[in-house]
Write a protein that binds this ligand. Structure first.
Ligand SMILES: [Zn+2]
Length: 337
């Protein structure tokens, strides 16, 4: 998958990624446009380094409308004392910065979905150029990568950290150990609808430890979900040996997504009325939600039934839904992997 192009990245960091101490700067990507002929996209980046040790890469707003990552990472970048660090922490709080500025999942410049654009292209659109820089210049520096996600404006999740089943079982064990250290209320063995183009896949194929999250959603972040993100990032840095001390663990419930039966997609447009809330159990055949036609009264709703036993791990938001939208995700409670 990784076809490293010899073409150099057009992205220039305004800081020296190998320097010691704290540096706040930007990844500057030239972007010529109507309101700025020789303008640039300026993606905030912070590097906090002290001596020898591993490197962690922490990223948020890979999707621009997901806020736990930016909330935790802008705070961490502001407060992390290099004297506490052994090694290096690279923080990019808002990876798809144009999307983050616009409050949208994808970039307003090119409609690029960052987490479907990896490994990226140095000669692609703005989103692909950012992805390419991350792939070829940031991930290779890292021993461990944490990429924060939540549901954005159209999904809401149980708060979980996650890793994937991997062909390299030793690497998989390292990834799930990091998920356990993150210590979210839930920990997921995650199945992707389509793993092509994801940062996850790119990092995993490079043999690194990778942790992702889904910490809530609905286009906002709560005090609780931001707290989970902050504690998780600190725990991961302790787990990696970059911060001293042991992770501040809390009970976590392990979840698995055993097959594509987890996912339910709407086949109707209308008003969605859920019969279960996040975290509640449902048995196979029971109604998860009904979609009501909204053009007139007296019409029966379409019923969406669970294809398996499980707990509701994600649901569509807001209250209206369209055919094709992801309606729900079920997961099964399990033992630690
Ligand atoms: Zn996301």
């Amino acid at each position: 998958m990784l076809t490293a192009s010899p073409r150099p990245s057009p992205v220039t960091p305004t800081i020296d990624l190998s320097a010691q101490g704290v540096q706040h700067g930007h990844l500057r990507l030239p972007y010529s446009r109507d309101d700025s002929a020789w303008g640039s996209v300026m993606i905030p980046i912070c590097v906090i380094a002290n001596g020898d040790g591993p490197t962690a890469l922490l990223t948020g707003a890979n999707h621009g409308d997901e806020y736990e990552g930016p909330a935790a990472l802008f705070e961490l970048a502001r407060t992390l004392d290099p004297a506490e660090v052994s090694g290096r922490v690279i923080i990019v709080p808002a990876l798809n910065y144009p999307a983050f500025r616009a409050g949208t999942r994808t970039s307003p410049i090119d409609k690029g979905n960052m987490n479907r654009s990896f490994p990226g292209r140095p000669d692609g659109n703005v989103t692909e150029k950012i992805a390419d820089y991350v792939t070829r210049h940031l991930v290779p520096l890292a021993d461990i990568v944490l990429d924060f996600h939540s549901g954005g404006k159209t999904l809401d999740f149980l708060p979980y950290a996650a890793a994937h089943e991997l062909p390299d079982k030793a690497q998989e064990v390292r990834c799930f150990a990091a998920v356990a250290a993150f210590s979210a209320p839930y920990s997921m063995k995650m199945l992707e609808i389509d793993a092509v183009g994801m940062l996850d896949t790119t990092v995993e194929e490079m043999g690194k430890v990778f942790v992702t999250t889904e910490l809530g959603g609905a286009g906002t972040a709560s005090a609780r979900s931001i707290g989970i993100a902050r504690r998780g990032a600190g725990n991961l840095l302790k787990h990696a040996g970059i911060l001293a001390g042991t992770p501040e663990t809390a009970p976590t419930r392990w979840l698995d997504m055993p097959s594509a039966d987890c996912f339910s997609f709407a086949q109707d447009d209308g008003l969605i009325a859920f019969e279960r809330d996040l975290g509640e159990s449902v048995r196979a055949g029971e109604v998860i939600a009904r979609i009501y036609p909204i053009g007139k009264t007296g019409l029966a709703p379409a019923e969406y039934r669970a294809a398996m036993d499980g707990v509701l791990a994600a649901r569509h938001v807001p209250g209206l839904i369209k055919a094709g939208d992801c309606l729900s995700v079920l997961a099964v409670l399990t033992e630690a992997p």
